[in-house]
Design a protein around this ligand. Structure first.
Ligand code: FAD
Length: 430
């Protein structure tokens, strides 16, 4: 398998505050809980455990935020792929309602953590707009807005084509809806600040410490890093998401982890900036292979979406995003692209995030479905409570068995087929 694309070429690595010092693991140490993976999920778990007085050690293969958490679009969007009514139908009225509250509050979790810990994270919170690209998309957004509004989300509303055009700055959508809970963060700054506050609360985080073995010995979990150093703990939590390797048998084959691609322009002049998302909303659309875009605090325009399933070969692998950006906003035509990067998202067979407990004391969280800024921050808090108390009610989703996707070895061909099919269905810009 090709090496994953590095973090450094991203806009976020160029504009985030420096990474906190997270020295590699040395020796053989003991803890209550060992966490593998320093993304939002792992670090939120560590922060919330440390705040309870638990001795927690996080082991990260590279540096905090190196995975999806430092590369994403920075759009903080509550909810899941499924609408509230669907979730209540799938999980029953009681568990379903709790899940709806959990995912509905996931954006609050991020902004509350930033405020509570006075994190140095550039942010905006002006709402998320989902543009409808077809009549079918219009039905989706209408239903979605009504369902959240009926659950008390003030300001969740359907948008006419004219309002959508005005708020996004393009006439390419037939309408949309706005979710006032959404917003944006500089994602790597948020990841690095989460690391800083988790360490301030008492967690230890070790970077450049890839875990090569995780095994049970004498009723404990021993996580051994490639260098031979180890952590022995009562419990282990694995949060490796799209960068999951062979550490936990079968886990990698339960998901597909394609890259999502992004480009960012140079900072826009004021008059061009004012013509795109003038009120600082963030946005994505109703396509199966959705496009997501926004302006950041430096006034760069950032466009994200699908790309080749393989790791990129060169700048041409981002060309389609540049084309789509100028179809939406012709004023971007001669504006140079300054950054091109990508990162892995994970898709599960049922489009839900998965929690597994393959053996006693080993908790696994995987399957962000490309919407993990809020979700994984909130999931980490829930996992910390579960690990500390043993109460499964703390978890928003049931613990499910790990099941390999059928024909996982063929997933590249499978994904290429799905992408081609969705592109055809999505039509228009795609
Ligand atoms: C390009 C892109 C755009 C996205 N846009 C958005 C968006 O706008 N909004 C949104 O909500 N979500 C978005 N997402 C999804 C979001 O980024 C993820 O859901 C979230 O960051 C996942 O967090 P995590 O902690 O689960 O995993 P990650 O942040 O991926 O962290 C996993 C970590 O595990 C480490 N690791 C793996 N194996 C080992 C090992 N053996 N030992 C030690 N460490 C290991 C990796 O190095 C990595 O740092 C996007 C994702 C990508 C890639």
């Amino acid at each position: 398998m090709a090496e994953p694309f590095p973090l450094e070429p991203s806009l976020w690595a160029a504009t985030a505050p420096p990474a906190p010092v997270t020295p590699p693991l040395e020796g053989n140490i003991a803890a209550d809980v060992v966490v593998v993976g320093a993304g939002y999920a792992g670090m939120s778990t560590a922060l919330h455990l440390a705040e309870r007085g638990t001795r927690v050690v996080v082991l990260e293969a590279h540096e905090p935020g190196w995975g999806g958490s430092g590369r994403n679009g920075g759009q903080v969007i509550p909810g899941l792929k499924y609408d509230p009514d669907e979730l209540e139908e799938m999980f029953g009225p009681e568990r379903g309602r709790k899940l709806v509250d959990f995912v509905g509050g996931s954006a609050d979790t991020v902004f509350d953590l930033i405020e509570k810990h006075t994190m140095n994270v550039p942010l905006q919170r002006k709402g998320w707009i989902q543009g409808a690209h077809t009549e079918a998309g219009l039905d989706i957004v209408k239903k979605r807005a009504a369902q959240w509004a009926s659950r008390g989300v003030d300001g969740a509303r359907e948008l006419s084509a004219q309002d959508t055009g005005h708020l996004i700055g393009t006439d390419k959508y037939l309408g949309g809806w706005v979710d006032p809970r959404g917003g944006a963060v500089q994602p790597l700054a948020y990841a690095r600040e989460l690391a800083r506050v988790a360490m301030a609360a008492g967690a230890a985080i070790h970077g450049e410490s890839p875990v090569s073995k995780l095994e049970r010995a004498g009723g404990k979990w021993v996580a051994t890093a490639l260098c031979g150093a180890s952590v022995t703990a009562d419990r282990a939590v694995v949060c490796t998401n799209g960068y999951t390797g062979e550490l936990v048998p079968t886990l990698r084959t339960t998901v597909i982890a394609p890259n999502s691609f992004q480009v960012a322009t140079i900072p826009l002049s004021d008059n061009i900036a004012r013509s795109i998302l003038p009120e600082w909303h963030v946005t994505s659309d109703t396509r199966q292979l959705l496009f997501y875009f926004r302006r950041d605090h430096t006034n760069r325009f950032i466009m994200g979406g699908r790309g080749p399933f393989r790791e990129p070969n060169g700048p041409q692998d981002w060309d389609h995003l540049e084309r789509i950006a100028t179809k939406l906003f012709p004023q971007l035509k001669d504006i140079p692209i300054e950054f091109r990067w990508c990162g892995r998202v994970t898709l599960t067979r049922d489009f839900l995030p998965h929690l597994h407990e393959p053996e006693p004391g080993l908790l696994v969280d995987i399957g962000c479905m490309g919407r993990g800024v809020g979700l994984q921050s909130a999931m980490g808090r829930a996992m910390a409570e579960y690990v500390a108390t043993g109460n499964t009610d703390a978890l928003p989703l049931p613990l499910v068995p790990m099941k390999a996707l059928p024909f996982h070895a063929l997933h590249r061909a499978y994904m290429a087929g799905i992408i081609a099919w969705y592109r055809m269905q999505d039509g228009g810009l795609a």
